[in-house]
Write a protein that binds this ligand. Structure first.
Ligand SMILES: C[S@@+](CC[C@H](N)C(=O)[O-])C[C@H]1O[C@@H](n2cnc3c(N)ncnc32)[C@H](O)[C@@H]1O
Length: 226
């Protein structure tokens, strides 16, 4: 028998969201979301990289609501999935990957409009590199809900769950680090010790550099900037 050595703080709301909202959330991330949001050092935006169908977006919004935080939630995704090559179908089904992509994007909008109706995030349809370029330029962008949003400025917390390759996860870290305030948080999905994801290499580098402290391994890594 294996013992669960991480904390699960699922509550009634998170359970109902997880029943209805497809996604890839490790339940241990809830503890990290809660800790980071409860201890946000400033009112600067919370950023999410990789939103898929909105599960983690809705749960980040849940903790911001629960802790009465006014920080804007800004998320990005271009809904371009690894292995979903143009012109191919989903497995041996007749469903083209282009339609699967459009379905997930529409599902994101429906899920987030439903569960985060009182705290709608700004979601920009961009890869994280593009979003950070726009962030640097402090550009005004249209979000997927048809509202405009001015990017730029300091960030208080970033949840990194986009492309999991070493190069992309490292760039997401470096770009986030450029804007993260001291005392700000970064959570990396799929970063647990022993996981096969290349994200783990980035974790080792951050630990070795000594500019961030490990707040939690639950089992994914939550860091705070010194
Ligand atoms: C593991 S899923 C995210 C799961 C989501 N956080 C959840 O709660 O279910 C990864 C997502 O990242 C997106 N993605 C991949 N590369 C990205 C990048 N460079 N920038 C932003 N999003 C990216 C994909 O389109 C996909 O929707």
């Amino acid at each position: 028998m294996t013992r669960q050595d991480w904390i699960d703080i699922s509550d009634e709301f998170t359970e109902w969201v997880c029943y209805a909202n497809a996604g890839m959330l490790s339940r241990g991330n809830l503890y990290c979301f809660n800790h980071a949001v409860a201890n946000l050092p400033t009112d600067d935006p919370v950023v999410e990289i990789g939103s898929f169908a909105g599960l983690s977006t809705n749960l980040l919004a849940h903790y911001l609501r629960k802790h009465g935080r006014c920080n804007r939630l800004i998320t990005c995704d271009k809904w371009m999935f690894e292995g979903a090559d143009a012109g191919t179908t989903v497995g041996d089904s007749p469903i083209p990957h282009e339609e699967y992509r459009d379905f997930v994007r529409a599902t994101f909008i429906r899920n987030v409009r439903f569960f985060s109706r009182d705290r709608l995030p700004h979601t920009v349809e961009m890869l994280s590199d593009q979003m950070y370029e726009a962030w640097r330029e402090q550009l005004e962008e249209q979000d997927v809900f048809g509202r405009s949003v001015r990017l730029g400025g300091p960030i208080s917390f970033c949840y990194i769950d986009g492309n999991h390759s070493y190069e992309c996860a490292k760039r997401d870290f470096q770009n986030t680090d450029e804007f993260l305030v001291p005392g700000g948080f970064i959570l990396f999905d799929d970063s647990a010790d022993g996981s096969q994801w290349e994200v783990c290499r980035v974790i080792e580098e951050i630990k070795a550099a000594g500019r961030y402290e490990v707040v939690a391994r639950n089992p994914n890594y939550l860091f705070v900037k010194k």
